[in-house]
Write a protein that binds this ligand. Structure first.
Ligand SMILES: [Zn+2]
Length: 339
């Protein structure tokens, strides 16, 4: 994901180079007695951890590199192996530094016959350089939390749902939509010495979701809501209620945060509002899917928005924590069963 904050003004999103999140503490979850949560599949954090490690073992999933192709093929194979219906959406694009990339979005559908649908979004590519690193700015990075963890949660959700008896099937179909080329964007705070060749031509981030929003796959795609997973695997991850998510997908956001609270994950899901972030949900919201962004950000009113590992070589397997994967994966899985 990227560094920029967006602000809604007269229906336009104004992008600024320097994140300056407006943070406000808000109410805690309600304590009223509630009916028990419906039974949902168990999200296996060990499995999600293994899916994270497996992606990293390919090497950085940077478009045009063999590791990227191999990982994409593996993702398709995994979803197909669990019986999901898989579609691939190849596309080409130019990045801010003038690189022509070959990329693909991957769509895997669980219960494709179901009319009511929920979309789970993530990006599966890795940023090509650790430009936020203090000393290794041009080094490749693993993208363990930023990319792989979210894909791993999607994979484990797909596995868990597909292995359940029909009696435990959710009332909704679930579409796992993995975007490519999210993370090859221009960051003015770390790359001021470079020229953004896409300046004036559009957003240099989120190239896969931008393409998908203009070329919906499946055609005419609709969902009741979407959940964008981004940086959901790091130790001590904290998720606040992001502005565009609140404005575009409030019922889904409330459902997810309340479900997290009922499952006991209030250390991760904070009942706290934060400013807007430009991420793939900007484009899925534009495509008519009310989408909530679950993304690891610093909750302490610091000048830094993102954790120190963000876009650095520290974003590797050492920071991945099964507890974070479990909190996110079990919450989003359970939410599918909460009507
Ligand atoms: Zn990123």
């Amino acid at each position: 994901m990227k560094l920029r904050i967006l602000a809604a003004l007269a229906g336009l999103f104004l992008l600024t180079a320097c994140p300056s999140p407006k943070l406000t503490e808000t109410e805690a979850p309600g304590s009223a007695a509630e009916t028990p949560l419906p039974k949902a599949p168990v999200f296996d954090a060990d499995s999600a951890y293994a899916f994270t490690a497996r992606q990293l073992a390919f090497g950085p999933r940077v478009p045009n590199r063999p590791a990227h192709v191999a990982c994409g093929d593996w993702l398709v194979k995994k979803f197909k192996g669990w019986g999901l219906t898989v579609q691939e959406q190849p596309f080409t694009a130019m990045t801010f530094d003038g690189t022509q990339i070959r990329a693909r979005n991957i769509v895997a559908r669980f219960q494709p016959q179901a009319v009511r649908r929920v979309a789970i979004f993530a990006h599966w590519d890795t940023r090509p350089f650790a430009d936020n690193d203090k000393t290794h700015k041009n080094a490749p990075m693993d993208g363990a939390s930023d990319g792989a963890s979210a894909v791993a949660v999607a994979l484990e959700m797909a596995r868990a749902l597909s292995q359940q008896p029909d009696s435990l099937a959710p009332a909704v179909g679930v579409d796992f939509i993995l975007f490519d080329a999210e993370d090859w964007g221009y960051d003015a705070t770390t790359q001021a010495n470079l020229k953004n060749q896409l300046e004036g031509a559009g957003d240099s981030w989120c190239l896969g979701s931008q393409y998908w929003a203009k070329n919906l796959l499946p055609a005419g795609y609709k969902a009741e809501y979407g959940v964008l997973l981004d940086m959901v695997g790091a130790r001590n991850a904290r998720f606040s209620r992001e502005q565009l998510s609140r404005e575009s997908a409030r019922p889904a956001l409330d459902k997810i945060w309340n479900t997290a609270a009922r499952l006991g994950y209030t250390d991760q899901f904070l009942f706290r509002d934060m400013g807007g972030i430009t991420d793939d949900h900007v484009y899925t919201n534009q495509a008519g899917i009310p989408t909530v962004d679950i993304i690891d950000t610093l909750p302490n009113n610091a000048t830094e928005l993102f954790p120190a590992y963000h876009h650095s070589i520290d974003d590797n397997l050492k920071i991945i924590d099964r507890r974070t994967l479990k909190a996110v994966g079990q919450t989003v899985t359970q939410a599918l069963y909460v009507e």
